[in-house]
Design a protein around this ligand. Structure first.
Ligand SMILES: Cc1cc2nc3c(=O)[nH]c(=O)nc-3n(C[C@H](O)[C@H](O)[C@H](O)COP(=O)(O)OP(=O)(O)OC[C@H]3O[C@@H](n4cnc5c(N)ncnc54)[C@H](O)[C@@H]3O)c2cc1C
Length: 532
């Protein structure tokens, strides 16, 4: 058994910030499913939103967030998170994040940050580090964690299950309510499971977009934290709101990477394959409309024509800006033989971000005692039905910082006797070869039946198929020694079921959830969170 004050599951921005803050109060273990850098934070290109310009106001950022979220966000939560943006960007700079500056000869103050504008934002308010903002943030935070003697890092370690009452043999007078005392953790190299006991556990496991076959995410995003919390008895909220990024690179072999919204912010245009523009007829903000509108517009136009992709044309943008501001996109396009300064980029929407997640407060507190959640795994009420671009890094940062400094992150804990992990028999390779195909099938079902434009009939078909897959995979999980792929596939089935159930329960269209049977918003009945 390993024993720490704090167990941090996940090494993206949320996990690392919480680890740094908690290390001021005790010993911290960070476990990460692959290497520290394998996470969505490292993929983030566009930037992080905050009110940093003298022409901008908190009210404007709050309003943009609320409108993008189709008026489902919680105004008070939005206000709290946004008002802490500037201070916490300063915190990232102090940690060593090298944001792009207005004038490289000047200091690293907030006033000297170069800002860009993204879809749904009424002002330039996105701080960035060229087009690899997430990577810059990761470098700074990882270097702080590595030099911190209170923090121990375990790469290739995967949380399999939270340790709560359902693992403990109950005795009379045992603590009521659900409490978390750490997690069972699989070393994915040795395939051994060990108890990681902790007074406080932070779930910072990120999102679940890998349940869709076409997605922009790191392969770690299989919804493990959401599934573990759900299976332990926590509530999840707003799981139907899966945001599709409108402009993922399209290639016939399925390879994809994100083409940042910031490119449209600089003036790139969406065009059909015949070269005609179409966004103006969908929204007054045209190419800079909120993401759900742009994804739905592209989806509708592609379906109308039977096309697989449209174009993002950046050829009118200054070449110098393209080369200096978007080196990652430049490099990736060049790999596929495209010079984006001279020709349009083929793009199509792909699953990108989970607006829903574990129901949690501004301090990361969940339904389960001593269990926190922060980042994409959580649902705080900031995003409502659709996330405003670049608000997710901000949310992860604010909530993780809050959680690390909250009074409930302190205090002693009485531990029960924790049983060793049950290890069931052998690993049946022959059966797994067959069952492992379910992972691909989940992706195909979700992409085809539970995508941008949904119908109740297809949602019901999808539910019965995914439930069968869950039963199959869960049965295998119960009767074999544990492996990463098995746990991930089971978690993906759990999360896919939650997305479909939530989508079926919302009989209206709002934000990232569009269902053709109920194409309009119904504020009277559905201006509420979907809680399961
Ligand atoms: C291509 C792309 C571009 C983006 N661009 C932007 C942007 O410009 N601005 C913005 O605000 N947002 C952006 N986002 C969204 C944003 O990056 C994420 O929402 C955010 O980084 C999530 O941070 P996180 O810490 O919650 O999770 P992540 O950074 O995804 O980290 C999750 C961590 O949990 C670990 N993990 C998962 N399961 C387990 C397990 N069972 N056991 C142990 N460890 C586990 C993973 O290994 C990983 O370390 C982008 C996302 C993508 C995919």
């Amino acid at each position: 058994m390993k024993d720490f004050d704090y167990l941090v599951i996940g090494s993206g921005i949320a996990g690392l910030v919480y680890a740094i803050e908690s290390s001021k109060h005790g010993s911290v273990a960070i476990i990460s499913k692959k290497s520290l850098y394998d996470c969505n934070t490292d993929y983030a290109q566009g930037g992080i939103a905050a009110v940093l310009d003298s022409h901008d106001t908190f009210e404007a950022h709050i309003q943009d967030t609320y409108v993008a979220g189709a008026e489902l966000g919680k105004k008070e939560i939005i206000r709290q998170i946004i008002s802490e943006g500037p201070n916490l960007i300063k915190y990232l700079i102090e940690m060593g994040t090298d944001f792009t500056r207005r004038d490289e000869n000047y200091d690293r103050s907030l006033e000297n940050l170069s800002l860009t504008r993204e879809g749904g934002h009424s002002q330039k308010r996105v701080a960035y580090a060229a087009d690899s903002t997430g990577h810059q943030i990761m470098e700074a935070l990882i270097s702080n964690c590595k030099s911190n003697s209170n923090i121990t890092i375990f790469e290739n370690h995967m949380a399999v299950d939270l340790i709560t009452q359902h693992h403990i043999i109950q005795s009379d007078g045992f603590i009521p309510g659900i409490t978390c005392w750490g997690a069972y953790v699989l070393n994915t190299i040795s395939n051994q499971v060990e108890i990681y006991r902790a007074k406080k556990t932070m779930l910072a496991t990120g999102g679940a977009s890998c349940i869709y076959s076409h997605n922009t995410n790191s392969e770690i995003a299989t919804g493990d934290g959401m599934a573990m919390a759900r299976l332990a008895g926590a509530r999840l909220a707003n799981m139907e709101f899966v945001q599709f990024h409108p402009t993922a690179f399209y290639h016939a072999d399925g390879e994809t990477f994100l083409i940042s919204e910031a490119l449209r912010g600089e003036g790139a245009n969406l065009l059909l394959q015949d070269g005609s523009a179409f966004m103006e007829s969908y929204h007054p903000m045209g190419n800079l409309a909120p993401r759900d509108i742009v994804s739905q517009a592209i989806d509708a136009e592609l379906k109308k024509r039977g096309d697989k992709y449209c174009y993002l044309d950046a050829t009118s943008v200054d070449q110098e800006v393209l080369k200096t501001h978007f080196p990652y996109i430049d490099k990736k396009c060049t790999e596929y033989g495209i010079d984006f300064t001279k020709e349009p980029i083929p793009v199509a929407p792909a699953a990108h971000y989970f607006c829903g997640g574990i129901l949690s407060t501004i301090d990361g507190i969940t339904d389960i005692r001593n269990l926190f959640a922060a980042g994409e795994v959580a649902c705080t009420g900031l995003h409502g039905a659709n996330r405003l671009a670049s608000n997710s890094l901000l949310e992860a940062l604010v909530i993780a910082y809050h959680a690390g400094n909250h009074s409930s992150n302190l205090g002693e804990v009485t531990f029960p006797a924790i049983p060793e992990w049950r290890d069931q028999g052998q690993f049946n390779e022959n059966e797994w070869v067959v069952i492992s195909h379910n992972r691909e099938i989940i992706g195909t079902i979700m992409q085809g039946y539970v995508g941008i434009r949904r119908s109740r009939r297809l949602l019901k078909y999808a539910l019965s198929r995914i439930e069968n897959i869950f039963n199959e995979i869960n049965n295998f999980y119960q009767h074999n020694t544990v492996r990463k792929e098995v746990v991930e596939t089971r978690n993906m089935a759990v999360i896919a079921t939650m997305v479909i159930r939530s989508a079926l329960s919302r009989k209206e269209s709002r934000g990232a959830h569009f269902v053709i049977d109920h194409p309009h918003k119904d504020d009277a009945k559905y201006k509420i969170d979907t809680i399961i």
